[in-house]
Design a protein around this ligand. Structure first.
Ligand code: A3P
Length: 272
């Protein structure tokens, strides 16, 4: 064989952009970035760094799968491509579209105490508005209407996990959806990563040595091949204030929805 011929793009070790074999579908503010970065520690995983918003944004979806693939990292055959777009979880049109792409795709859902998630969600929106010099109402004013929880508040709706999951379960079986405990991932990431590796059929290669607690950041950071990486300052910000009384109302409000969610996933979480 001629040694001068260029490597063929179809040769076995050619890198290509491929559809994801696994998608982190949400929840927004659940720890989706941390989970993606941590999965990326695995040598057989490559991740799309930016959120793709393919299945939930019409303008992107219309561009088709060829465009979707251009948003993916280059991988070798056998490597797993993962993307994360937290907006997928609560968007009604997404489950059927993901199924149409690949009915065998694996889905990761990272959840967190829905009351904490709501406050984190508000804090992010507040931050975005303040950087654009736009005013925003205090959380309590958005959340409460004449002293009662206002079900029309968007961030509240995003915390009703059972409603969104029910739509996914109309399309995908529960055993194709792996639920990651976002509160546990904050406190001790390694056990959650080991469970995710198992779900993704990956050999166990992520180790406790890939994580160290950074006292300045107040969160775990990542260590890989001598590199040290913490998530950026938009992850783990101090939360906007909310009175104890309002927080308690929120916890009470979520009690029933949480119970329904626990029944769906067959396990419970120590939420407020
Ligand atoms: P807070 O900013 O409310 O603390 P997402 O990436 O889905 O937006 O989630 C953001 C959340 O990830 C943060 O919410 C933070 O608590 C959580 N998180 C989990 N592990 C983290 C880590 N190692 N470093 C920083 N944030 C982490």
């Amino acid at each position: 064989p001629s040694s001068s011929s260029p490597p063929s793009s179809s040769s076995n070790n050619a890198t290509q952009q491929r559809q994801p074999g696994a998608i982190i579908i949400g929840v927004r503010k659940g720890g989706t970035r941390a989970l993606l970065e941590m999965l990326n520690l695995h040598p057989d995983v490559e991740v799309a760094k930016a959120e793709v918003h393919y299945f939930n944004v019409e303008e992107h979806y219309r561009r088709g799968l060829a465009w979707y693939k251009t948003q993916m990292p280059f991988t070798l055959p056998g490597q797993l491509t993962v993307e994360k777009t937290p907006g997928y979880f609560a968007a009604p049109q997404v489950p059927a579209r993901v199924w149409a792409m690949n009915p065998a795709v694996r889905l990761l859902l990272i959840v967190r105490d829905p009351a904490e998630r709501l406050v984190s969600d508000y804090t992010q929106v507040l931050h975005n508005r303040l950087t654009r010099h736009k005013p925003y109402l205090p959380l309590e004013e958005l959340l409460l209407n004449e002293g009662r929880i206002d079900p029309g508040y968007k961030a509240l709706h995003r915390s009703l996990y059972h409603q969104h999951l029910a739509r996914w379960l109309e399309v995908f079986p529960m055993d194709q959806i792996h639920v990651v405990d976002g509160d546990a991932l904050i406190k001790d990431p390694f056990p959650e990563l080991r469970k995710a590796e198992r779900f993704l059929n990956l050999p166990p290669k992520i180790s406790p040595n890939n994580f160290y607690y950074n006292t300045t950041k107040g969160f775990y950071c990542l260590l890989s091949a001598g590199h040290d990486k913490c998530l950026d300052e938009s992850k783990g910000r101090p939360h906007a204030p909310l009175s104890t009384q309002a927080f308690k109302k929120l916890c009470r409000y979520f009690r029933k929805p949480n119970k329904l969610f626990f029944e769906m996933v067959g396990r419970s979480f120590p939420w407020c």
